[in-house]
Ligand binder design. Structure first.
Ligand code: PEP
Ligand code: MN
Length: 661
């Protein structure tokens, strides 16, 4: 049982709670958990929960039905997001939430050159953390045992050179203390999952821990090991499924895919998967990795070696660099299907530095997106979006900038552009196109009205609609449904099955949810994202009610142009832009559009979008929206743009950015 204490509880009241529990047969321990101070009570004591919950200084009592309390979803309903490697100068890497985090590296650190080479190549393919063993628990005492502390020094250097936090296995409590300052995350290996003295020591050091599942551990035993870590003091535990021992011997272990959704229901801790040790066969790693992502894993840890045939350990399951590169692309393409985005390596330089170079001084912002850099007024580094909490645009924002990114919610699209222009937000997120409903013309028109705003990034979000209602409502009590008209249109088949429901349109889907939360109505439901239900503590009555599941919205990230270019936030990645958006009109004469398209065609430039739109106030005149894939040679593209400017009437360059898959 967990007793969550009120913020600012007096020492006296806290002592009274302890005595109360102790007198009733519990052993008590006090610790912090997330932002909360809590008292954990265990043992066979008997207590009147109501009486306990009204003691002074008690915020709430969570009586869990599970033997693991701190790890249990019953104690904490929100997903835990673990940050690894954060410091004054580093943002850190997040595991959990809406992102897919990929850790990669060799099984063992073999030499300085080998870990340096591997780190650089896995980073190039998009891995955000580096793995590698320096103390290897090998089945045979005669196999390579690792380079020990020297190996950790090499790995630290490789991690720092590539901006990647490191994770490595710890095999004894004494070593844990010695290793602490050389690494960013401890790994508890499968063989040590139930080494409780090790768990207690590692947990007490306060660093994030990757806890592998023992080869013959049940899910409950695994979560109890996580409980040991949490009870010893660390808050940051990531669970790692790496295959269990079954009667099947073809693969090294049997990957327990179903453990992923089960653990996600039982625990708030993020769960990632190690397909390398699960299957033990290089060619089977990628399918197992994709299956893990499809089943809801928050990330992967993968063994990659520059020359697997020469590896000193686990060569047969280590991926060749090209295989890893291909797998990362496949993960990137799969992620939106499960409502997530692959977290790629951030840019090595900082957003603040970028801003300083372009000379922009925003009003009221520090211009920084780095963790902990928020100014005292809480307005620094905000990203603007239109809508309420839980809106699809807010989800897109969190994907691009991180779950904790400071946000500015505004009432409509022009307000997003205004906020970016006047510096009250350093960037903004707006939708431009839906895969079913087409372009969001209002935003295209706004680009023409705001020539100082440029597109610097894009991302695609899967739109999954839910029917959301009050906690006490059920589907039979509903007679009114609220949503944005797009929400109704996209769930037409579902709504057709309920012809007696009255549809009430709202400004946006999240506003529909907010209105139900405000009114407490039990006869009203909303069609919106699951995130909106969570944001307003409402219940999801039905999920995935959209007619067509291939429903994506493309959002763009906007920034203020300074001279020729607009600064790109680091979280958008360091890859060279490969896409550009242009808007132009053409002279009213035969073949004028053809002339423009010919310029593109002759240079082999691929169009990814071409759409015409009436010009406001000029009946029967049209602007063309064009997205093109930029060729490798930048000079060629510059020439094309110069030629287009001559052949078109009103040419607007909306920006260059990295295409989202
Ligand atoms: C490893 O990750 O290198 C390792 C030894 O894994 P496991 O403990 O899962 O066997
Ligand atoms: Mn290994």
């Amino acid at each position: 049982m967990i007793v969550v204490l009120s913020k600012g509880i007096s020492t006296h009241d806290k002592e009274m709670v302890r005595i109360y529990l102790h007198d009733r047969g519990f052993s008590v321990r006090e610790q912090s958990f997330g932002d909360d101070a809590i008292i954990g009570a265990s043992g066979k004591g008997v207590v009147d929960i109501h009486e306990l919950s009204i003691l002074p200084g008690v915020e709430r009592v969570a009586a869990t039905s599970k033997p693991y309390e701190l790890a249990s979803r019953e104690t904490r309903s929100e997903d835990t997001i673990v940050t690894v490697g954060a410091s004054a100068s580093q943002m850190g890497v997040k595991i959990g939430g809406s992102r897919i985090t990929v850790i990669a590296g060799p099984c063992a650190v073999e030499s300085r050159e080998q870990i340096m080479e591997t780190a650089a190549l896995v980073r190039e393919s998009g891995a955000v953390m580096l793995r590698g063993g320096a103390y290897k628990p090998r089945t045979s005492p005669y196999s390579f045992q690792g380079l020990g502390m020297q190996g950790l020094e090499y790995m630290k250097a490789a991690g720092e050179a590539n901006g990647m936090p490191t994770v490595t296995e710890v095999v004894s409590p004494d070593l844990a203390v010695q290793m602490k300052d050389l690494i960013d995350m401890f790994q508890i290996g499968a063989r040590n999952m139930q080494n409780y003295e090790l768990l207690k020591k590692v947990g007490s050091l306060g660093k994030p821990v990757l806890l592998k599942r023992g080869p013959s551990a049940t899910i409950e035993e695994w979560l109890l090991s996580a409980e040991y870590l949490l009870a010893s003091g660390t808050k940051d535990v990531v669970l790692c499924e790496r295959g269990i021992r079954t009667f099947e011997t073809y693969t090294r272990n049997t990957l327990d895919i179903s453990a992923i959704p089960v653990v996600k229901e039982l625990s708030h801790l993020p769960v990632i998967v190690d397909p390398s040790h699960a299957v033990g066969i290089r060619a089977k790693v990628a399918p197992a990795a994709l299956a893990a992502i499809a089943a809801g894993a928050a990330g992967l840890t993968l063994e990659v070696h520059p020359r697997p045939d020469e590896a000193l350990s686990d060569g047969p399951q280590s991926l060749y660099p090209e295989q890893f590169e291909k797998l990362m692309r496949d993960i990137e393409a799969l992620s939106p299907v499960v409502g997530k985005e692959l977290l790629r390596t951030p840019r090595p330089h900082h957003w603040t530095a970028d801003r300083a170079r372009t000379g922009q001084a925003g009003q009221g912002d520090g211009g920084s997106l780095e963790a902990g850099s928020e100014a005292a007024d809480g307005k620094a580094g905000r990203i603007a979006f239109s809508g309420e909490r839980g809106a699809f645009a807010e989800q897109a924002l969190m994907r691009a900038f991180g779950d904790d990114a400071p946000r500015l919610a505004v009432s409509d699209f022009p307000a997003v552009f205004d906020a970016v222009l006047d510096g009250s937000a350093i960037a903004g997120v707006v939708p431009v196109e839906n895969s079913l409903a087409g372009s969001v013309h209002e935003n295209y028109d706004l680009f023409l009205r705001y020539p100082d705003i440029s597109i610097v990034g894009e991302l695609k979000l899967r739109v999954r609609h839910c029917l959301i209602a009050h906690e006490r409502a059920d589907i039979d009590s509903i007679n009114i449904v609220r949503s944005h008209p797009q929400g109704f249109a996209q769930c037409r088949e579902f709504l057709n099955r309920h012809p007696d429901w009255t549809l009430e349109p709202c400004n946006n889907t999240a506003a529909a949810v907010a209105s139900i939360a405000r009114e407490g109505a039990v006869k009203v439901a909303a069609i919106a994202a699951e995130a909106a239900a969570r944001a307003f503590n409402l219940k999801v009555l039905r999920e995935g009610i959209e007619t067509n599941p291939l429903n994506y919205t493309r959002f763009v990230i906007i920034s203020r142009r300074i001279g020729e270019r607009a600064p790109v936030p680091p979280s958008l990645g360091s890859d060279k832009p490969n896409k550009a958006s242009l808007v132009f009109s053409v002279p009213d004469e035969p073949g004028s559009l053809f002339v423009c398209l010919k310029i593109l065609s002759e240079r082999g430039i691929n169009l990814s979008k071409l759409e015409s739109r009436p010009i406001q106030g000029q009946p029967w005149e049209y602007m063309f929206y064009v997205d093109v894939i930029i060729p490798q040679t930048e000079e060629l593209f510059e020439q094309v743009v110069d030629e287009l400017k001559v052949k078109t009437k009103d040419f607007h360059f909306l920006g260059t950015y990295r295409a989202s898959l």
